[in-house]
Write a protein that binds this ligand. Sequence first.
Ligand SMILES: [Zn+2]
Ligand SMILES: [Zn+2]
Length: 331
Amino acid sequence: MAKIVDKAIWSIGPIFIGIAVLLLNMCVLAYYLVVFPYLHSWTDSSFFSKVFSILTLAFTLYIVYCIHFHYYMAIVTSPGDMEEYRKADDPSSSTNETSMRAMLLEMEEHSQFPNSCKKCLLPKPERAHHCSVCNTCVLRFDHHCPWIHNCVGHFNHRYFVLFMTYLILAAAYFVVSAWRPFMLCLDFTQLDWPYYFPRPLLAFSFILAICMGLAIGGLCVWHYYLIFTAQTTVEFYNNYYDKGVCKSQGEIFVNMYDFGACQNFKRFFNIGDTYPWYTLFLPVPIPPKGTGRVFEKCQEFYMLPEQRQRDHVKAQREVQDIEDLEDIKDL
Ligand SMILES: [Zn+2]
Ligand SMILES: [Zn+2]
C-alpha cells in the first residue's frame, strides 16, 4: 500500500510544481496589475514619489526573482545520492575506480561503523536515509517534498530554506500593501474597476497569500529551529527520543553535529569561511559545506567516554536500518 502511495506522490510531482508556479505567479500578476498601480500613481506625482516608485519596483522584482531562482534550484539540484557507487559497480561506466576507492576510504576513515543500505545495497554514509519515493539513498536527508518533486537533502536544503524565506517575506509584503485594493474589490457599490486583473482573482490572491504565508511561515520557522540546533527532521525525532532515554538514565544528551546556534547557522548556509554573509541575499548558486558523506563532530561529543561515542553512532545506524527494513516490508 505504501508503495502505491510513494508511486502516486512521484507521478503527481510535476503537477504540484505546475500548481505552485501558477498560484505564485497569479499573486505576482495581482501585485503588478492592481496593487502597484493603486499605490504608485505616475501622473501628477512629485519627483521623489517617482524615485520611490522606481525603487519599490526594483525591490519587488528582486524578491520575485529570488523566489523563482531558489525554487528552481531546489527542484533541479540533486540533494545528493550514492549514484557514483552504482556507476562504479557498472563495468561499462567510465567512473574512475581510484576516486571511488578514495570515497570509500574517506567514509571508513571517519565512520566508526560503516553502514550499507538494505534496499540500494550500497554504502550508506552517516545522516543519509533511503527515500522510498525517489527510491535512492539521500545524503543528509531531511524529507521528500512533492512541491519540488525532489528530496530535501544536503545539496538543496539551503535553496529550499531560502525559497521559503523569500516567499513568506513576499507574502507579508503583499498582504500589507494589497489590503486597501482588497477592500475596494469587495465593495460592490463601486462598479468601476480600472485594472486588467479580474476582481475575484485579486480577492483569491489576497486570501491565498495569507493562508500560504501562515502555512509556509510555520514550516520555515521549524526549519530555522532545525538549522540553529543542527538537526534534520528525521534526526529531530531520534534526538527527542534519545534525550528522554539519557534523562531517565541521568546522562547528558549530546547532539554530535551541534556547534552552537551561530556556528550551526553559518555551517548550514556555508557562510563565514568560503562565502561572505551577503551571499544569503544574492540569487547565486552556493554549494553546501562538505561532501555530505562525512560530518565534523563537536568537541562535546569527543569529550564523552569512547563507549558513549560508539553508542551514539550505533543508535544512528540502527535508526537507518529500522527505516530500511520497514521499506522492505512494503515491497
Ligand atoms: Zn538506499
Ligand atoms: Zn525523495
